[in-house]
Ligand binder design. Structure first.
Ligand code: FAD
Ligand code: NAP
Length: 346
């Protein structure tokens, strides 16, 4: 079937920040052929494209005067198995949490800490999604993508993706050059659970769990996330707005001397990862001590997690962006630490 074009579409239902911006044209793509057809159309019409997944890591500050290629490629399947591992392939339009459920219901271990992260499987490699001490790269095998300039299919193995903390090659040298169409994960049959985060331990202790399983850990993660994070269906947000900054140990020690409650976690290279949420919570606009719970019009900082900026209803992307810049400069002024954005801005 030929691809279907929709013109002058509102992106309101397609981004979790709840920004009511228009897209000039939107094309839902359901397989690689449709991706290639959409690219041919854009090339023929001399229009630029914008790739959209679940819209949970993007802040729209303006209308999208491009062709939005909306990723709807379905399908989850086990494609190979060894004594120790099971390889699961997912279309890039599959909801990430659906893929997590597929794995935990088969007792496959590896993604349970990543339960309930919004968005699509195809966007997961973009920032090497991570939560509760686990990152996508730990289970990632490979992905297939379509090169935007040629329409050719290209396979990226894990080492090609250059994963880092909320980073991959697709945010840098390959930015806007590929459309990811499927991913393959390598899950463990023999569990190697990570319950290092205090919140998970607390839930497991409270429920007196005797034997861990991927499902039990996923349920603990879901319980914590539901209690703490704003549901985008209720209040617009895109999760953590900033990355946790990493600083040299001497910088951390001098901050700790002045602010004894500051949170820091040692990294493999000896540097210290600071909790950006703590820095935001302990700085504030001129007359206030904290950004946590701050609100200006409909743009705000979440009352339970200061790292999450929220749209209380009618905030514009520009207002959210402006609030984020005020937070960045107040954290820089107070702590001498630069906060880098995690959310993509359009
Ligand atoms: P989108 O927002 O649609 O796109 C994000 C970027 O990727 C855009 O630049 C887009 O152009 C590009 N892109 C999307 N799909 C493709 C594709 N197939 N090919 C090429 N480019 C593509 N993130 C975490 O890492 N950990 C968390 O714990 C976490 N928790 C969150 C909690 C909440 C409540 C929310 C709202 C967000 C959270 N996030 C978290 C952020 C977000 O869910 C993830 O980054 C997710 O992977 C984004 O997926 P998406 O499909 O919504 O991407
Ligand atoms: P939290 O548990 O309150 O912890 C605050 C910060 O401290 C986190 O950012 C986390 O870093 C770090 N941290 C906590 N315990 C740690 C440990 N044992 N070892 C190393 N670092 C530790 O954080 P939260 O806001 O409730 O989020 C819980 C998890 O979900 C985190 O992993 C967070 O990244 C993830 N999350 C991500 C998003 C997003 O949009 N990216 C949104 C919501 C939640 P890390 O962030 O590096 O883990």
């Amino acid at each position: 079937m030929p691809i279907q074009l929709q013109n002058n579409v509102t992106l309101l239902p397609f981004n979790t920040f709840g920004m009511n911006v228009q897209a000039r044209t939107m094309i839902d793509v359901h397989d690689i052929e449709e991706v290639q057809e959409a690219l041919d159309f854009a090339k023929h019409d001399q229009q630029e494209i914008f790739v959209l997944g679940g819209g949970s890591n993007i802040l729209f500050t303006q209308a999208v005067d491009k062709i939005v290629i909306h990723n709807c490629i379905p399908g989850i399947a086990i494609i190979a198995e060894t004594d120790d591992h099971v390889f699961v392939k997912a279309g890039s339009g599959v909801r990430w949490h659906e893929l997590v459920e597929f794995c935990i219901h088969r007792n496959l271990q590896g993604v349970e800490n990543l339960a309930l992260i919004p968005g699509n499987a195809g966007a997961a490699p973009m920032q090497n999604i991570g939560a509760y001490g686990v990152e996508l790269q730990q289970v990632f095998e490979s992905l297939t993508a379509v090169e935007i300039s040629s329409g050719n299919e290209v396979v990226f193995k894990k080492e090609d993706c250059k994963f880092g903390y909320r980073e991959s090659v697709f945010k840098h040298i390959y930015k806007h050059r590929f459309i990811i169409t499927s991913i393959i994960l390598k899950l463990n049959k023999q569990p190697q659970f990570n319950i290092s985060y205090g919140a998970i331990q607390e839930v497991l202790e409270a429920s007196k769990v005797e034997k861990l399983s991927p499902e039990i850990i996923a349920n603990a993660v879901i319980q914590i996330r539901r209690s703490k994070l704003p549901d985008p269906n209720v209040i617009g947000n895109a999760g953590s707005f900033f990355k946790n900054p990493v600083v040299p140990i001497d910088k951390f020690e001098s901050l700790k001397a002045t602010y004894p409650t500051i949170s820091g976690y040692q990294q493999m290279d000896g540097n210290i990862k600071l909790a950006a949420g703590w820095l935001i919570e302990h700085s504030g606009p001129d007359d206030q001590v904290s950004w946590k719970g701050y609100r200006n019009g409909d743009a705000g900082c979440h009352a339970k997690q200061a790292l999450v900026l929220v749209n209380h209803g009618q905030a514009t992307g520009i207002e959210i962006l402006s609030l984020s810049e005020q937070i960045q400069s107040s954290v820089l002024q107070k702590f001498g630490v630069v906060l880098e954005r995690e959310v993509n801005i359009y």
